[in-house]
Ligand binder design. Structure first.
Ligand SMILES: [Zn+2]
Length: 199
């Protein structure tokens, strides 16, 4: 038997599903929500509903967006022929904070990982391939993470695009191996972008 009334246990159970939230934190959050004003609680519920109802993936680059295509893909000041490939939508912010990249993006939503049964067919690659095949891309920068999975993904993609005759570069390993580009400082990220190499 739960120590809490049913609606409370239900909220705690839902919060426990969030990454990094254990039983104790879930209880603390649930009680915070219970004590908060009706407006605050409703705003939280509405924000959760809204991200599911109003956000989708850009049909060109797979970035998470509320407009179609996304702001990067429709920007007239960005070089639409220079495409930076990243694993996750959150990685875009890491590239953007260098303030030195003026191209556009492609989000794979993952990386090749045979250990976890993730092959190229599980990633969102097809729209990038058609973008390259249509002759609208001069250079593809592979900014996948410097991990075994990120490297495997970069090697796979470079083989795909070599055939299309497009320039393919890989960001330099200024970033420690095994880390995540999401947590890289601006200087390291800028060095990594400047030191990208042919593949
Ligand atoms: Zn886009």
């Amino acid at each position: 038997m739960s120590r809490f009334a049913e609606p409370m246990s239900r909220l705690i159970d839902e919060l426990k599903k969030l990454p990094g939230v254990g039983a104790k934190s879930a209880q603390r959050l649930a009680f915070h929500i219970l004590r908060s004003s009706d407006e605050d609680a409703e705003a939280l519920a509405a924000a959760v509903r809204d991200v599911k109802a109003n956000l989708h993936l850009c049909s060109i680059c797979n970035n998470i967006t509320d407009v179609e295509p996304c702001v990067y893909c429709t920007s007239v000041t960005r070089n639409q022929r220079l495409v930076c490939v990243v694993e996750e939508p959150t990685n875009i912010a890491a590239i953007e904070k260098t303030k030195h990249f003026n191209g556009v993006f492609h989000v794979l939503h993952g990386a090749i990982s045979p250990l976890h049964g993730i092959g190229p067919e599980q990633l969102r690659i097809s729209n990038l391939i058609s973008r390259v095949d249509s002759g609208n891309v001069d250079e593809v920068i592979l900014a996948t993470n410097p991990t075994i999975e990120g490297e495997a993904t970069a090697v796979y993609l470079s083989q795909q695009f070599k055939r299309a005759g497009v320039k393919v570069t890989r960001i330099a390993m200024g970033i420690p191996v095994g880390s995540d580009i999401e947590y890289t400082d601006e200087v390291t990220m800028l060095k990594a972008m400047e030191g990208r190499r042919d593949m």
